[in-house]
Design a protein around this ligand. Structure first.
Ligand code: SF4
Length: 90
């Protein structure tokens, strides 16, 4: 089973608000790190080079929080109760 097939089995309940907030100014190294670290590939750049996080698909794994830290992420919290991911295995 491919990673995409495995991820597609999960059930997502997106919240209205972003539970991951980036610092206002990021270095090129921080941007590249975010793009590489997320297993779901949720960080991408827009035409102006700004990094966006597509939080609706978050796996709540915490990799970005652990690796990038507070100097890159202004806030990381779990989505509100009733929102977020329901993992399905097999
Ligand atoms: S918590 Fe995991 S899935 Fe969610 S944005 Fe961070 S690295 Fe990606």
């Amino acid at each position: 089973m491919s990673v995409n097939e495995s991820l597609s089995r999960n059930c997502y309940h997106p919240a209205d608000t972003n539970h991951i907030v980036l610092q206002a100014s990021l270095s090129e190294q921080q941007r590249v790190l975010l793009e590489k670290i997320c297993p779901a590939g949720l960080f991408s750049r827009d035409a102006a080079g700004r990094v966006n996080v597509h939080f609706q698909g978050c796996l709540e794994c915490g990799c970005c929080r652990l690796v990038a830290g507070d100097t890159t992420l202004k806030a990381w919290r779990y989505p509100p109760t009733g929102a977020g991911i329901t993992l399905r295995f097999g």
